[in-house]
Design a protein around this ligand. Structure first.
Ligand code: NDP
Length: 248
């Protein structure tokens, strides 16, 4: 039985939990072969078993993507293993929230490097192959925080506004090579993302707000990703802004 992404090769960063894990599974269910990258090998190996059962011939790529060299390496290894890369889902990210005056700039630098620079590096590494084949799709995960800037999220928003801007400029650079670019901007998704907020009050307030609504699930965002990458070649969904129905 043929399905929409049969024969396509995808790489999902940040696949060890949350949106990335759901995206890897959804892409596999749609027929793609899937490489998965993150730091936590144990989580990736559990996911790889599920992907194997779906016929996705997974490759586990353990990498700390805060390093741009690692971001480039996972693209090169995916291409070496499968012969090409068709769909790059740049999803790995962290969200460190705190007031500007109290911010730990070391943590914010790490967030900027992971959320923005690493995404740029993996994209840059994927472009030559996509251009040579005149076929490719880059999906970048931004956030509603890439559209609306809130207090305590100054640097996180700077990264996610940055992802939106990068994606649009990239799209305009590469569309003539038949490479598609999509940026996804989810609202509140129930994942581990908020666990890493160091500021106790900011974390408690955000968790209380999130708990007050029916949050998106990773699968909801994964479905949007699969929808975008499974459109016919002449259709490029540039941007998807999605929120829980209960989110203002
Ligand atoms: P999770 O914390 O569940 O997932 C984050 C993923 O990124 C994990 O797989 C983690 O893997 C990976 N990651 C973190 N740091 C690194 C690193 N240094 N190197 C490699 N991988 C890393 O959160 P989400 O699923 O929610 O987050 C995924 C993306 O979605 C992020 O970009 C986030 O900003 C965005 N987003 C999330 C929203 C939400 O409400 N949850 C809303 C809008 C956007 P590991 O720790 O194993 O390395």
């Amino acid at each position: 039985m043929s399905s929409r992404l049969d024969g396509r090769i995808a790489l999902v960063t940040g696949a060890s939990s949350g949106i990335g894990e759901a995206a890897a599974l959804a892409l596999a269910e749609a027929g793609a072969k899937v490489a998965i990258a993150a730091r936590r090998r144990d989580r990736l190996e559990v996911l790889a078993k599920k992907l194997e059962a779906l016929g996705a011939e997974p490759t586990v790529l353990v990498a700390d993507l805060a390093s741009e060299a690692e971001a480039q390496r996972i693209v090169a290894e995916t291409e070496a293993h499968y012969g090409r890369l068709d769909i790059l889902v740049n999803n790995a990210g962290v969200m460190y929230l705190e007031p500007v005056e109290q911010a730990d700039l070391g943590r914010w630098r790490h967030m900027l490097e992971l959320n923005v620079l690493s995404l740029i590096a993996s994209t840059q590494a994927a472009l030559p192959g996509m251009r040579a084949r005149r076929d490719g799709h880059v999906v970048n995960i931004s956030s509603t925080a890439g559209r609306v800037a809130n207090p305590n999220a100054a640097a996180y928003s700077a990264t996610k506004f940055g992802v939106v801007a990068f994606s649009e400029a990239l799209r305009r650079e590469v569309y003539q090579h038949n490479i598609r670019v999509t940026v996804i901007e989810p609202g509140v998704v129930e994942t581990e993302l908020r666990d890493h907020i160091g500021h106790a009050e900011v974390k408690a307030n955000l968790n209380a707000w999130a708990d007050s609504m029916r949050q998106l699930q990773g699968r909801d965002v994964a479905d949007a990703i699969v929808f975008c990458v499974s459109r016919p070649p002449h259709v490029n969904i540039n941007e998807v802004l999605m929120r829980p129905t209960d989110q203002e």
